[in-house]
Design a protein around this ligand. Structure first.
Ligand code: 5AD
Ligand code: FES
Length: 341
């Protein structure tokens, strides 16, 4: 198994069956994490990129069965921040030293494309990078957002298995989602994707397909985490994913896409109090602290147990910085495009 992992370090390649073998094997996990940490160090360096996450609306027209803010969850108190409020939050993030803000929301028509473009343009005057994570849009809309100055776009594929995708995403289509990701890449967005680990009926074969998909599209960013069952969703009684498995998939993503930006995700920290630090030592090089006002935080719970629910942006920033420096890493001072250290 170690030979297989060593081969991947040299060639950045693994076949489907090799990935399945590594996922199945439990004896080589620590070795895999160490090697992914080494590849991270050589390829993207020791500096950790911080992205300030602004969850600007939890209104969502989709009904993904795992997601806490799905349309049918009537227990969620819905909100939509005003463009002014979004800009002020971005300004605060910039003044806290963030070089990127991530604007994330449910899939909502609350904001017209013109309004979204205005928000992007205004934030770009702060000289920071803008990442969007606002779901599926049509080609003209994606183009308009790019022209407005947005730099990056996150759209997780969630799973590449047709069977699982169709089961979990009513009225959505895997091929349409793939087409969105291809289009985002084509028009020049730094494009991020990723999946959920531990979905019902998901096999190692499915996860191997996901990883090969990330590599096939040459994803600039890969964000993944364990599926954590939300009590107000149809999957509330499911067992969910484990921290260790998500960590393994993340480490494999580093081997297959050595120069990609890979976040230590919040979902990982939800399952393990040291989750993000362990992830940063197993291949990750990005952290996305929440910069929202605490008023909104508890209303944006995709999964239960969200961390930092009552922490102000400044506190999260400092806390993350302390953790990162305590393991001998630094905070990046660049905007952190792919390959920029
Ligand atoms: N557990 C973990 N992650 C989730 N997401 C949505 N619901 C859950 C859940 N229950 C993830 C999806 C989405 C991202 C923003 O949050 O992968 O793309
Ligand atoms: Fe809205 Fe999943 S239900 S993102």
């Amino acid at each position: 198994m170690k030979n297989l992992i060593n081969k991947a370090v040299k060639t950045n390649r693994l076949s489907h069956s090799e990935i399945v073998d590594i996922l199945q094997d439990e004896t080589c996990n620590d070795y895999l994490f160490k090697v992914a940490d080494y590849v991270r160090k050589i390829r993207v360096g020791d500096a950790v990129h911080l992205r300030g996450l602004i969850e600007f609306s939890n209104i969502c027209g989709q009904n993904c069965k795992y997601c806490g803010i799905r349309r049918d969850n009537s227990l969620v108190e819905r909100y939509a921040m005003t463009p002014e409020d979004i800009f002020e939050t971005a300004k605060r993030a910039a003044s806290l030293g963030f070089k990127t803000v991530v604007l994330q929301s449910g899939e909502t028509q609350t904001y017209s494309i013109e309004t979204l473009c205005e928000i992007v343009k205004k934030i770009k005057t702060l000289d920071i990078a803008v990442t969007l994570s606002i779901g599926e849009k049509n080609e003209d809309e994606y183009r308009a957002l790019k022209e407005a100055g947005a730099d990056r776009y996150l759209l997780r594929i969630e799973t590449t298995s047709h069977r699982i995708y169709n089961e979990l995403h009513p009225d959505m289509s895997l091929s349409r989602r793939k087409a969105c990701i291809h289009f985002l890449k084509k028009i020049g967005f730094e494009t991020g994707t990723g999946d959920l680990i531990g979905l019902p009926h998901q096999t190692n074969e499915n996860i191997a397909e996901d990883l090969l998909f990330f590599q096939e599209i040459d994803a600039d960013m890969v964000g993944l985490g364990p599926f954590i069952p939300h009590p107000q969703t149809p999957l509330k009684d499911d067992v969910g994913g484990t921290f260790e498995k998500a960590l393994k998939v993340m480490a494999l993503a580093r081997l297959l896409l050595p120069s990609a930006n890979i976040p230590a995700t919040t979902a990982m920290e939800t399952l393990n109090p040291k989750g993000r630090i362990i992830a940063l030592q197993s291949g990750a090089n990005v952290v996305m602290p929440n910069v929202n006002d605490t008023f909104y935080r508890d209303k944006y719970q995709l999964y239960p147990g969200k961390i930092c629910l009552n922490d102000e942006a400044e506190k999260c920033r400092k806390c993350v910085e302390t953790k990162i420096t305590s393991i001998g890493r630094s905070i990046a001072t660049t905007k952190g495009f792919r390959g920029e250290k």
